[in-house]
Design a protein. Structure first.
Length: 476
């Protein structure tokens, strides 16, 4: 995964040092003028027209198809095939076109000889009005199956792949932004969304396109010009980008003194890689490690065997003298083992204690796949018990904990607003992805210091999300 990129739900806002530091004010945040690229919509549209032309000889989109009784409204492309969107003003059905699984099936069209079928089709009705055009859609499906040759399909599918590389429909703020809620100018740049893990907790689609290295470098320069001195390079998994060293070096060239890499560390087990990235100038690595238990970790990352590789990569980073901070997302599926994580860190990496900066505990962001929420969002009562135990183990072992009271952390009552890990000061600014307070919060002594709840939590667990706290000498 891009390790931390996954848990830093959008907007990604982790605060690695807020704990025990006075909170700043939102007004200190730099005003960055980003030189954003031109929208890719025209390029993407041209590709869709190309595909329509190849499959249906359609010269433009939308296209009237009077012989079938509807219109080809648009074309949708994904890594598995092509959807022809059919309807009138807007689509009411999709004709799915994919490579035929059994090419031995024969098709005949017109007077030509029968030949193996290259593509197969299926119709998905998305509106009740589609019933009116079933016969026409069946005819069109037959026409497509009969007309598309191997060569045509390969060309169309190649164009579909071109389309997938474009960042169509992905907000530009996902690629570069100032981190909200931390009270100091800190930037984050995402080089793309490709990853060698596939965490269910991730808020990103692994297939989102990217803008490319030159644009990434331009944004880094923009951060530097605005006076940002701390930058996080993230993804996806940024170590999969062959230009990573260039990004790090460019950051330093434009005056950014602290460059942190968000990573799952898998690539760092490769010989020489630590040295290359270290010498380019990273300040620290922020490594996702959601559990000390390999099975639990691999289940969370949905990438079997990668826990072991992350551990190897972290050991290589530490041996190479790179500071490492861990990030664990408190997911429901990992909750039973969370309290064991400080012990795992202590026993596995304790020999490099001077370079272990600590463990950040992050709350899950809204997943790209919302259906996963029940396996991801921690049940509040269990979370409170587990956090007490986790904090106790971390304190006992001397593993520094961070981030619990940051925008990426939990509501303060999830850890009793423990004054060792919660600032008593009012939040520096509201963050829009967690500004829900329940009626019970009005009686809570730490409300002004709490960023609040996330929408998904409240939908899943309602009132159980909160346990209002009484006045405390340190947190009133
Ligand atoms: S009761 Fe409400 S205001 Fe208090 S810590 Fe919990 S979520 Fe925050």
């Amino acid at each position: 995964m891009s390790a931390a990129a996954e848990e830093h739900g959008h907007p990604p806002t982790h605060d690695e040092s807020a704990q025990k530091q006075p909170r700043g004010r939102g007004s200190t945040i730099a005003d960055v003028v980003f030189r954003d690229p031109e929208p890719v919509d025209d390029e993407a549209r041209a590709i869709r027209v190309d595909v329509a032309r190849l499959l249906l000889r359609a010269p433009t989109l939308p296209l009237e198809l009077p012989m079938f009784g509807f219109r080809l409204v648009d074309v949708a492309l994904d890594k598995g095939g092509v959807d022809l969107l059919l309807g009138w003003e807007s689509p009411v059905a999709r004709l799915r076109v994919e490579a035929a699984r059994k090419p031995e099936a024969l098709v005949e069209l017109g007077k030509g000889p029968a030949r193996p079928k290259v593509v197969s089709t299926s119709i998905v009705e998305t509106h009740a009005a589609a019933a009116r055009i079933r016969a026409g859609m069946a005819k069109l499906a037959e026409r497509v199956e009969g007309a598309v040759t191997q060569e045509v399909w390969e060309r169309a599918f190649a164009r579909a792949k071109d389309h997938l590389k474009l960042p169509v429909g992905v907000p530009v703020g996902f690629y570069r932004q100032i981190i909200a809620g931390v009270g100091r100018p800190e930037g984050i740049i995402r080089v793309g969304f490709r990853c060698n893990q596939d965490c269910g907790i991730c808020w990103q689609d692994r297939d989102w396109g990217r803008f490319g290295a030159e644009q990434t470098l331009r944004w880094i320069e923009d951060f530097g010009a605005a006076g940002v001195r701390s930058l996080i390079i993230s993804g996806g998994e940024p170590t999969l980008d062959p230009d990573l060293e260039r990004y790090i070096r460019r950051a330093h060239e434009v005056g950014i003194s602290q460059v942190t890499l968000e990573t799952n560390a898998i690539q760092f087990h490769k010989a020489g890689y630590v040295e290359r990235i270290r010498d380019a100038g990273i300040h620290a690595a922020f490594v996702s490690l959601h559990s000390g238990d390999p099975e639990v970790s691999d289940a969370i990352t949905r990438a079997p065997g990668t826990h072991a590789r992350t551990v190897k990569g972290v050991l290589a980073l530490l041996a190479g003298g790179v500071d490492v901070k861990f990030n664990a997302v408190m997911t429901q599926e990992g909750l039973d083992h969370l309290a064991g994580l400080p012990d795992f860190i202590h026993s596995t990496f304790g020999a490099y204690r001077a370079h272990v900066l600590g463990l950040m505990l992050s709350y899950p962001a809204e997943s790209y796949d919302p259906s996963l929420a029940p396996t991801i969002i921690p049940e509040p009562t269990q979370l409170r018990a587990v956090l007490r135990e986790t904090i106790a183990r971390a304190v006992a072992l001397g593993v520094p904990l961070n981030g619990l009271d940051s925008p990426c952390g939990a509501q303060l009552c999830a850890f009793d607003a423990d004054p060792r890990f919660a600032s008593p000061r009012p939040i520096p600014e509201v963050v829009d992805f967690r500004n829900i307070y329940l009626p019970a919060c009005d009686t809570c002594a730490v409300k002004r210091a709490c960023f609040g709840l996330r929408d998904t939590d409240v939908k899943l667990y309602g009132e159980a999300c909160v346990a209002p706290l009484g006045a405390s000498p340190r947190l009133a």
